[in-house]
Design a protein. Structure first.
Length: 109
């Protein structure tokens, strides 16, 4: 990347699932996509953030590497369910934001 780009495009095979992407033990969890039925979203937590991978209907994968802040924000935006499965990826207070009807889902600044 030349410093002007904010994305790096993988030039390798597009059919590598999240658990085959990295050479480390990574706890992952699969969620159905709310906005795209037939697609799945996979989360993998890293020390300083996480990977969100989208398993597309055609068998290809799109992987995104996220900082801790962007990982948390994207999980909120994706409306992943069941909430119980998010306990590994979010703190208890962040999870309570999902179930609090007075909270519109926007994380506090």
């Amino acid at each position: 990347m030349d410093g002007k780009e904010i994305r790096w495009n993988w030039s390798g095979p597009k059919n590598i699932p999240l658990d085959g992407l990295l050479d480390l033990e990574l706890k992952t969890c699969r969620f159905p996509s709310v906005s795209n039925p037939g697609q799945s979203i996979h989360l993998g937590k890293l020390k300083d953030g996480g990977i969100i991978s989208y398993e597309l209907e055609n068998g290809t994968w799109l992987h995104t590497l996220n900082t801790a802040t962007s990982f948390r924000l994207k999980i909120f935006e994706l409306n992943l369910v069941p909430l119980e499965s998010l306990r590994y990826f979010l703190t208890a207070s962040e999870l309570s934001d999902f179930s609090d009807p007075s909270n519109p889902g926007e994380p506090e600044k």
